[in-house]
Design a protein around this ligand. Structure first.
Ligand code: MF3
Ligand code: CO
Ligand code: CO
Length: 240
């Protein structure tokens, strides 16, 4: 897990360097895929429930699972790049929201809040804690910052499967939910919206994975780390 998570983190950082106005998300997809292949890993996304691309690229109001396309990124956009690598049977999953050129203050603020929310969730992990501890900490941070955490989608157990138990919510009550097990890994990946909007599903041809956007087109931002639960607390495996 350490190795594949480091590779996922390196892929994300490498690909992120190419984010600028005029680049297309298909170009970023190709860069990420080539990086994984040249480091003896593959994308876990290609073919996952029919998903056709190597990474997810979620621009502005896209909440998650944005399918790379040929539309050039514009100055002022924010884009989440979500990389999941597979190496020797293990999965490493990490994402970050990047700025395209100069962004507005509101774009910068929700992006910073998304990072803070993820870190608050990770810091709430204790060896005998629960998923509710994580969700509580995330939601508290998000609410204080003036944003809305997406409830329907969240983090997940990960290891020799891409998406396993437990579900890691971005809301909850301390002490509730599933118990966190020492020696396992999970992701913390809160999605923050500017408003309390519904989300809209969009089909991806040939896949049961859906893209999700905010119904009112408000901005959405996300960060994700894969975390190992040690007897001394959380260890972030996808740090750069
Ligand atoms: N990486 C996403 C997650 O954080 C899942 C992407 S699934 C895909 O769980 F099929 F869209 F790639
Ligand atoms: Co994930
Ligand atoms: Co991910």
């Amino acid at each position: 897990m350490e190795r594949v998570c480091q590779l996922a983190a390196q892929t994300l950082a490498h690909t992120g360097k190419f984010v600028k106005p005029g680049v297309t998300t298909n170009e970023l997809d190709r860069i990420a895929n080539d990086f994984m292949l040249s480091h003896s890993a593959v994308s876990a996304c290609i073919g996952y429930h029919g998903y056709p691309k190597a990474i997810c690229t979620s621009v502005n109001e896209m909440i998650c699972h944005g399918l790379p396309n040929d539309v050039p990124l514009k100055d002022g956009d924010i884009v989440n790049l979500d990389v999941t690598a597979l190496q020797n049977g293990f999965f490493g999953d990490t994402s970050a929201t990047f700025f395209v050129g100069q962004v507005s203050e509101k774009a910068r603020k929700i992006t910073e809040a998304a990072h803070g929310a993820m870190m608050a969730g990770i810091e709430a992990i204790t060896p005998n804690g629960t998923t509710g501890d994580i969700g509580f900490a995330v939601n508290k941070f998000v609410t204080k910052a003036g944003y809305f955490a997406v409830r329907e989608i969240g983090g997940h157990g990960i290891g020799n499967v891409f998406h396993g138990d437990p579900f890691v919510p971005s809301f909850g009550k301390k002490g509730r939910g599933d118990r966190l097990k020492v020696g396992t890994c999970l992701t913390v990946e809160p999605m923050l919206n500017e408003t309390n909007t519904e989300f809209i599903e969009h089909d991806i041809p040939g896949s049961t994975v859906k893209e999700y956007t905010t119904a009112d087109k408000c901005l959405s931002a996300q960060f994700e780390h894969t975390v190992y639960i040690s007897e001394n607390g959380p260890v972030i495996l996808t740090l750069n």
